[in-house]
Write a protein that binds this ligand. Structure first.
Ligand code: AMP
Ligand code: MG
Length: 336
């Protein structure tokens, strides 16, 4: 199969929308990451998304809308808190989970009685959803378990020949997936930290429940290991982690640094020279891909402050890691 790579102009978006209407698959930009989109109301179109991604059927997908009013056709009812949150945060990187209408196919929600909905702010995503006239179900446009794509080049390298259309719109501005919040429970619960900072949400939802760290029990599909690079990744710690390990030469390691420029590594990717967590989030997945492609023996990641978007980065780092590490002169001590 040939994948059409289109410019996100009126004609490209028109063709992509046509493809969605015919139950085809379109990879499209959002401000968080690129999505692999299908008509959310077509079970067979969504089934192809799961197939192509290799995504397990127990992992529900997010439904994307172009207008807040569309939630009326997806959720059974809209509580006042949902009303308030979507007024304040949509369009943007906040996904809300509420009991679903029966029109939403079970495959979209992995059989759950709830559906996750978000209105993205990327103009191309909005135009595509609008032009196709249907809500679009979309997980990230990568193979299951791998890093999320924050550029159309990432989508091409993962899914060329498998997806019908890719709308090529360059880098994603936020760069990390949306925050997922369940309003189907009382008190509301954080299911996944993401592009909307927890501190900001707490101002509106003071009794918000957060399991720490936000783990596999919190949300279906949020597996403890995810975003796995091919090169094993180790989280740098100050204390020597306990357990059996091995030394490895620094030169054979890549460093995923937060703000510091590290010396004597095989390759260093700095997430933000100024220590800005937004910039770090925007660069995170692309930097991980660069290090993963550099043919190193291991990647070492420096911890990021767990505040603002740092919480989402730290969550992805934990899920991407195979173990922990500590500096030992010109070598690294690593424990799986
Ligand atoms: P992705 O589409 O890869 O960004 O992942 C979407 C994530 O949102 C899933 O892995 C779940 O953790 C969460 N999610 C989606 N739908 C639901 C739902 N109905 N109930 C709870 N969590 C959901
Ligand atoms: Mg994903």
């Amino acid at each position: 199969m040939r994948t059409l790579v289109l410019n996100p102009d009126a004609s490209g978006i028109g063709q992509a929308a046509e493809c969605i209407c015919q139950d085809g698959l379109v990879a499209f930009p959002t401000e968080t990451v690129y999505g692999l989109g299908a008509n959310a109301l077509s079970a067979s179109a969504v089934a192809r998304v799961f197939e192509i991604k290799g995504r397990p059927r127990f992992d529900p997908t997010i439904v994307h809308v172009a207008h807040p009013e569309t939630v009326n056709t997806l959720w059974k009812s809209i509580p006042p808190l949902a009303e308030k949150l979507l007024d304040l945060f949509w369009p943007g990187p906040l996904t809300l989970v509420l009991p679903k209408h029966k029109t939403v196919p079970d495959i979209v929600t992995a059989g759950l009685p709830t559906v996750a909905v978000r209105m993205p702010s990327h103009p191309v995503a909005l135009r595509l959803i609008e032009a196709s006239g249907r809500p679009i179900a979309a997980p990230s446009a990568n193979k299951f378990g791998r890093s999320s794509p924050t550029h159309h080049d990432h989508v091409l390298s993962d899914l060329d020949g498998q997806v019908d259309v890719i709308l090529a719109a360059g880098p994603s501005a936020v760069g990390i997936e949306s925050t997922v919040l369940s309003l189907a429970e009382d008190p509301p619960r954080l299911l996944r930290p993401g592009g909307t900072a927890l501190e900001v949400l707490r101002e509106i939802v003071p009794d918000l429940r957060v399991d720490s760290p936000v783990g596999p029990s919190s949300s279906p599909g949020t597996l403890p290991r995810h975003y796995l690079p091919r090169t094993p990744l180790f989280l740098l710690e100050e204390e020597t982690p306990s357990g059996r390990g091995a030394y490895i030469d620094r030169r054979r390691c890549g460093m995923l640094a937060f703000a510091r420029q590290w010396q004597a590594f095989g390759r260093v990717e700095v997430l933000s020279e100024t220590g800005d967590l937004r910039q770090a989030a925007a660069r995170f997945f692309a930097s991980l891909r660069v290090l993963d492609a550099a043919e190193l023996s291991a990647i070492v990641a420096e911890p990021v402050p767990e505040e603002g978007l740092g919480l989402a980065i730290a969550d992805r780092l934990r899920r991407a890691s195979s173990g922990r590490a500590r500096l030992a002169g010109d070598r690294i001590w690593m424990i799986r």
